[in-house]
Design a protein around this ligand. Sequence first.
Ligand code: UDX
Length: 439
Amino acid sequence: MGAARIVVVGTGYVGLTTGACLASLGHRVTCVDVDEAKVARLSMGRVDILEPGLADLVERGLANGRLSFVVGARAAVREAEGVFLCVPTPMGAGGSADLRAVEAVTAEIGDALPAGCAVITKSTVPVGTAKRIRAMIGRRDVPVVANPEFLREGTAVRDFLNPDRIVVGSDSPTAARWVGELYADLAAPVVLADAASAELVKYAANCFLALKLSYVNSMAELCERLGADIDLVTEGMGYDRRIGRTFLKPGPGWGGSCLPKDTSALVKVAESVDYDFRMLTSAIGENIAQRDRVVAKIAGACGGTLAGARIGVLGLAFKAGTNDLRDSPALAVSSVLGALGAEITAYDPAVSGGIDGMTVVDDPYQVAKDADVVVVLTEWAEFRNLDWLAVAEAMEGDDVVDTRNLLDPRVILDAGLSWQGIGRPRAAKRQIAFTADAL
Ligand code: UDX
């Protein structure tokens, strides 16, 4: 396929990555947003999202003329061969996906689309959305294709350009094949499907990942109670190729902009066809239980009560490598700690500015100052390399709770502190020599 004329509606993290990457594959891409100031910034190559490689691709696309940014979808689509819908589909009332943005764009562009132009959903949308868009547009000459993204924040560009697979689904096989061809240079397997199956793949994959993590977090709890070590258990499990070694790390619970909303949405979708997806409901419940267990562990380190405790928090983003706070387990844990009376000082290398209920500082050592307990909530590698002796000196207490099993317990013990992770034996200060050897 030669260069296709593509319009991408929505310049959030999915839309901007999609637009910039499709331009880097040689297509002519116009990115549209309703936010004029954002369009002006992007047209000058200014990218607000922390996403490695994205700003470079935007700059290159602007320079070679394959990428442009405009306001107004209706005018932009008039010459398009394909229009990607990359607008937000947040969690709406009752846990279902809120499709108002998708519907608004569809209504805006429907009769302006040239004949044969494919409308392609990229954001995660409930099963049946392609059909609904088709009915809304009401034109036989405009096919609708579901082409879900599988981008992780922090590695979105790499994921886009090195996909495990491309999924395209439509009731028009020709349109689905055409969308698959847009990615021909990526040499990834293409799964051609009907629209409903393609839409479901995204939920099925994300919800499976959530199940995997809730399972690991439950297993970590079991390890603590049985005196086993989750790191060794998951290492032993992971060599089984049917299970795989990734996505097996326990933590303070799973979060971010996708897993929580997609799990809730799929439970709702299942309900709508009278299926009680108990396995998924229980994974969601387990995620809340995990947050509460982490809070209880921190309370324990504070001597049983959080009222008046000074807690130093390392990490606020939902995972390392991003500044995204949406549905961040670190914020969820912090807010429960705050509600129970703890005083929180937090540091995150990618987050600045005010957050209700805590003091955010721009120096990791400041969180340690007079802290009773220091808690690692996001797995930023730089926390591993802190001067833990300096942290110990600044602290009032001597407990470190590492909810990401990120730190080397020996380093923490050597600094004269105690370490406890998730699903691993505690390394207590009093048993320095013995425990350090045992680790
Ligand atoms: C996810 C999916 O991975 C991606 O395919 C989809 O397109 C969007 O949703 P993302 O939200 O960027 O991507 O985050 P991801 O890296 O999947 O992590 C999700 C959550 O699970 C985070 O809170 C993370 O900290 C947690 N996690 C992940 C763990 O606790 N342990 C792990 O081993 C992996």
